[in-house]
Ligand binder design. Structure first.
Ligand code: PGA
Length: 248
């Protein structure tokens, strides 16, 4: 069985000494036989984290990338820049990128294509807003995000999906396990339609949104869940490692 992926999205937090300490502790205490641990620090701390994790088996990723290889894109980071620093993963289409930077499904698709062509595994985030959940549109919204955010080249070996309901991110609110299972099974069926059954069956689909040391056990045992994308609780080694130890 594939190990679960426990990904820490540090977002825009910390400084170099925090990154160094956090990554060093996780590399020392994280048992890679429980799960695959992935750290996605801010761009400015990637090199520090790469040095701190060394060959511990902890994976490294970026929080975003540009779709182009190079050029006049002030402030952006290319896939090649990430692989050059030792990254193996990149998060794309996080709801904070979609809302703060107006990224569309087409943008996410272009970034995913660039990521997989450049040798990274893309973690493609999808998720409904609270209003969409309340109006009964969650499955349709997420299904269409999945279908429109994946390039033809996406497969279970180069892409991971992350279901992150926008209303659960950073709020302490978590969907019921029934809602999580329903959505993960739905995402898998959309992947099967888009990419064919064989690829869909082995796709890792992470859950993200207020995962913590207390609720991880139940969430990670839910049908269809292949790991977690963790924000707030990834900023403390203790809670992040406890989530990893909860993997079945
Ligand atoms: P949270 O963030 O764990 O702080 O809710 C998750 C995410 O945005 O990836």
């Amino acid at each position: 069985m594939t190990r679960m992926l426990i990904a820490g999205n540090w977002k825009m937090n910390g400084d170099i000494s925090m990154a160094q300490n956090l990554a060093t502790t996780i590399a020392r205490e994280g048992d890679a036989s429980n799960c695959e641990y992935l750290l996605c620090p801010p761009f400015t701390a990637i090199q520090t984290v790469a040095a701190a994790i060394g060959d511990s088996g902890i994976s490294l990723g970026g929080q975003d990338c540009h779709a182009a290889e190079a050029g006049a894109h002030t402030g952006d980071i290319s896939v090649g820049m990430l692989t050059n620093l030792g990254c193996e993963y990149v998060i794309v289409g996080h709801s904070e990128r979609r809302s703060n930077h107006g990224e569309s499904n087409a943008d996410v698709k272009a970034k995913t294509k660039a990521a997989v062509e450049g040798g990274l595994t893309a973690i493609v985030c999808v998720g409904e807003s609270e209003a969409e959940r309340e109006s009964g549109d969650a499955l349709a919204v997420v299904g269409s995000q999945v279908a429109s955010s994946l390039p033809d080249a996406a497969s279970a070996t180069n892409t991971v999906m992350a279901y992150e309901p926008v209303w659960a991110i950073g709020t302490g609110k978590v969907p019921t396990v029934e809602q999580i299972a329903e959505m993960h099974i739905h995402i898998q069926s959309v992947l099967a339609q888009e990419l064919g059954n064989d690829s869909a069956k082995t796709f890792r689909i992470l859950y993200g949104g207020s995962v913590n040391a207390e609720n991880a056990d139940e969430i990670l045992r839910t049908d269809g869940v292949g790991g977690a994308l963790v924000g707030g609780a990834s900023l403390k080694a203790e809670s992040f490692l406890a989530i990893g130890r909860s993997c079945p």
